[in-house]
Design a protein around this ligand. Sequence first.
Ligand SMILES: C[S@@+](CC[C@H](N)C(=O)[O-])C[C@H]1O[C@@H](n2cnc3c(N)ncnc32)[C@H](O)[C@@H]1O
Length: 358
Amino acid sequence: MSASMRYQRRALLQIPQAQRQQMAPLTNLDEAAAQSPAASPSSLRFDARRYFGVGELRYIRDEIDIELADRAYLPDLNDLQRDWVASVAAPAFRVLAHRRGTPRAFASIGTGSGVDALAAIEILGAQVIGITDLFADVVDAAARNVRRNIRPGIEIALHAGAGDLLAPLGPSGEQFDVIYENLPNLPVDDTRQIERDKTSAAFLAPRTEPIPGFVTDWLLTMHYLALVQAREALAPGGVVLSTIGARLPLELLTRMARAAGLTPRVLTYGWKLQADADDVISTYAQWERQGLGPFRFYGAEALTAAFADLDPGEAGDHAATIEASLAGEQLSAVAAWQAYRSGARIGHTYVVLQSGLG
Ligand SMILES: C[S@@+](CC[C@H](N)C(=O)[O-])C[C@H]1O[C@@H](n2cnc3c(N)ncnc32)[C@H](O)[C@@H]1O
């Protein structure tokens, strides 16, 4: 059995565990889900200020109310440090807004529940929103979530479509100032698996496009393809924000963007404890044993020391220095797996890569 198939089977069993409560929940009104960790909630309500990390809300409602299609990626309200929109996308949007002002049009490739689009409306101030995801029921629910959570009197033009990457937004004719993605890294052998449960959050089906070897070897396929497609959908001066768990040399990320025909810079840099560590670290270790990598993990203490109290934008400006300072602390996936099994807290760095046309 290939590593991808092995991981996929385990992960299909494990995905509900990812939602297990680690801390007091932000707010989760779905009683059934709260009582049964294996059940996936069908709706969530939560405090917008706390989730998006803002003081005053301008465009979205105080309490966010979202419905979740069965296959939609779940926000992790139980631990906002593990939630990618709350802990990675929203801070990156803040840095981008500070540096570049208000974009007119924002697109999310693979929006899941649509909370990333709500973050873009509130933090970036975008007034034209495009969202895609693979399945119509997921995108329809995300579109309703965006509309339902806008403050009365605020007008947003929304384009929503189901399908691959940016293709569903082609008919809109819209060009976007910011295109955001947080796409999956891990390949599976069988396309049909992607249609089941929440598999598409973490896994990708085999692709037929030409892709540079180093991109596939470092499990960056979807990030690369999103960049290639984005070239045609960017407004003049627009940027793509690629959200990537950076278990690899940072130089590969900028190389990937250049290979896609874009000019990159690191917008934000930070670290996270490895979520679903049992599955994810062991899967990366499997890939290493098959000749990929070595991937880069770290003990949480080393990451804490390296990033000190830098905010993600400052850390992005000093990414190469921070990466170099962590060189002696790197753990391959195989070593990280052993350390994790001995009780170590294992994390990885993340990057929000900003890529533009010139
Ligand atoms: C990790 S989730 C991220 C969800 C949301 N963007 C966020 O940041 O919280 C990845 C999302 O990408 C979607 N996805 C995966 N492959 C895709 C593709 N080829 N085209 C569009 N969306 C895709 C998944 O269905 C899932 O909703």
